[in-house]
Design a protein around this ligand. Structure first.
Ligand code: F6R
Length: 242
């Protein structure tokens, strides 16, 4: 079932999403959280950090698995998702060392790495709550529009526009990652609960397509219409095309 929570703005969206996540952690202190990077969840992480600092939420038994990572980009690079997660969340709460997981985009054998990540998620007992953002073309994780929904973790080639857009963060275009590793749609759909945060008028058309249009791999997020427990937390601007 798909539930939409409408909020006034980004701050309220972030508070609502953080509320759902902290409720999950309170109900099941050793839960597995699936996490995302990007601009959409930053406020959610800030709110969770704030509540952690106030003593209202405890991450000491939580385990996390992130959606995706660039290939061939060392962890220390401030554009890596490893860096992002530590900078925006992990380093500010009491998640134990070793409780946080991201796919390793530096692995020599990426097929083995995808199999390892899949087995890791399975060994943790699956994801209790998966946090997602929504790309302008309907992508979730790095699952781009394509001919069929990919199942497990896999490597994707980045679109030329993405490489072009990311160029500004790197010394030269040659340093920009050309590939990424992502959880598949199957892994995301297997999460027991999904929370998708989306904000801004520039996402309004894709929100309409993804959640009110046909289910198609051309709009990867549309598959979430088939998930039993999805909450879309969206600000008014993101819902303005409905
Ligand atoms: C991030 C991710 C991406 C983003 C999406 C939206 O781990 O998997 O799918 O969620 O690109 O990005 P923002 O939130 O920056 O608009």
């Amino acid at each position: 079932m798909l539930k939409i929570i409408r909020t006034a703005d980004y701050a309220a969206m972030s508070r609502q999403a953080a509320n759902i996540i902290s409720a999950q952690v309170i109900q099941k202190p050793d839960c597995v959280l699936g996490l995302a990077t990007g601009s959409s969840p930053i406020g959610t992480y800030q709110q969770l950090i704030d509540w952690y600092n106030k003593g209202d939420v405890d991450f000491s038994q939580v385990r996390t698995v992130n959606l995706d990572e660039y290939l061939a980009l060392p962890r220390e690079n401030d554009q890596s998702y490893y860096y992002f997660m530590h900078d925006n969340f992990f380093d500010h709460v009491n998640l134990p060392e070793g409780a946080t997981n991201l796919p390793n985009g530096m692995a020599e054998d990426m097929a083995a790495e995808c199999a390892r990540y899949d087995a890791l998620i399975e060994s943790l007992g699956g994801v209790d709550l998966q946090l997602l953002g929504l790309g302008h073309d309907g992508h979730i994780g790095f699952n781009k529009p394509c001919g069929e929904f990919p199942k497990g973790p896999h490597v994707v080639d980045l679109a030329e526009e993405t490489i072009e857009a990311n160029k500004r963060f790197f010394a030269s275009k040659d340093d920009v990652p050309r590939q990424a590793v992502t959880m598949g749609i199957g892994t995301i759909m297997a999460a027991r609960k999904v929370v998708l945060v989306v904000s801004g008028a520039d996402k309004a058309e894709i929100v309409k397509k993804a959640f009110f249009g046909p289910v198609t791999p051309q709009v990867p997020a549309s598959i979430l219409q088939m998930h039993p427990d999805v909450t879309v937390v969206a600000d008014e601007a993101a819902l303005s095309a409905l």
